[in-house]
Ligand binder design. Structure first.
Ligand SMILES: [Zn+2]
Length: 239
C-alpha cells in the first residue's frame, strides 16, 4: 500500500480494508474489473473526492472469477506445482496498479494535469534501481513537442522528458495492465503531472494517453477506453 495516501484521514479503516482485499485479489490472480460492485475496481476515489471503490469484500463477479480459477484445483495433479517454470527464466512481468484517484471525464483529468502536450516520442531510456526490482522499472521518454494545450507554452517546438511506468531491457519486460509502453515515433497527446522532484509523469498511464500512431493521422485513440477524438475535440474539453 502507498502510505502517502493511506495516512490521509479520508482513508478510513474500511477503505484500507477494501484496498487490502483488492490487492489480495491480484495475488490470487484476479484482474481489474470495470464493475463498481467489484472489489477489483481499480480506483479508490474519484477526483471530486467521492468514493470510487464502494465495496470492501469480494462481489459476485469476483467470486465467480475465483471459482473459475480455482474451482478445479482439488482434482489437479500435485506434480503441476513442481513443474511450474522458474518465473525468472522468462522475466515477463505484468503489474496491476490500483490508482488512488480516478477521473470520471477528461475535464477533471485536465484539471489535475500540469501540462498537456502534443508531440512525437524521440527516444526512450530505461531507469531501474536493481535488476530484479520490477516495481522500480521506469521508462524516461524524450518527446519533441508540437503544441502545448495546457501549461508552459515556451516548451512548444522544444523537447522535454517524462516518465512512464514499466519498461523493457535485456533482463525483463515489465508492463502494466492499465498502461501502454510508448515507442520512438509515436505521435501522442499526453496529460502530465509534475512531481516533487520536478519530474513529469503520466497521470494513471492509459488515462492520460491519446494515441495517433503517426503525424499523418488526424484521429487520436484514447487508450483508456478506445474512444476516438480529433485534437479539436480534446482541446474543447480542456478549456
Ligand atoms: Zn489493482
Amino acid at each position: 500500500m502507498n502510505t502517502y495516501y493511506t495516512v490521509q484521514s479520508k482513508y478510513t479503516s474500511s477503505i484500507i480494508n477494501g484496498i487490502a482485499t483488492h490487492e489480495m485479489g491480484h495475488a490470487l490472480g484476479l484482474d481489474h474489473s470495470n464493475s463498481t460492485s467489484s472489489v477489483m475496481f481499480p480506483y479508490t476515489f474519484y477526483s471530486d473526492g467521492s468514493l470510487a471503490r464502494t465495496t470492501t469484500s469480494p462481489g459476485s463477479d469476483d467470486k465467480a472469477a475465483l471459482a473459475s480459477l480455482y474451482g478445479h484445483l482439488a482434482i489437479a495433479p500435485q506434480s503441476d506445482v513442481s513443474a511450474n517454470p522458474d518465473v525468472k527464466s522468462d522475466n515477463i512481468v505484468m503489474l496491476h496498479p490500483s490508482w488512488a484517484v480516478g477521473y470520471k471525464d477528461i475535464q477533471s483529468l485536465a484539471k489535475d494535469a500540469d501540462m498537456i502536450i502534443e508531440g512525437t516520442i524521440e527516444h526512450s531510456k530505461l531507469k531501474k534501481n536493481a535488476p530484479d526490482d520490477f516495481l522500480s522499472y521506469k521508462t524516461e521518454h524524450t518527446i519533441q513537442i508540437t503544441d502545448v494545450l495546457k501549461g508552459d507554452r515556451s516548451f512548444k517546438h522544444s523537447s522535454m522528458s517524462f516518465n512512464q511506468l514499466g519498461g523493457i531491457d535485456s533482463y525483463a519486460s515489465v508492463t502494466y495492465d492499465t498502461g501502454t509502453l510508448l515507442h520512438k515515433g509515436d505521435h501522442v497527446i499526453l496529460f502530465l503531472r509534475k512531481d516533487d522532484n520536478g519530474e513529469y509523469s503520466l497521470i494513471n498511464e492509459n488515462d492520460s494517453i491519446f494515441f495517433a500512431g503517426d503525424l499523418t493521422k488526424k484521429e487520436y485513440k484514447y487508450l483508456k477506453n478506445n474512444e476516438k477524438f480529433t485534437k479539436d475535440q480534446i482541446q474543447a474539453k480542456i478549456k
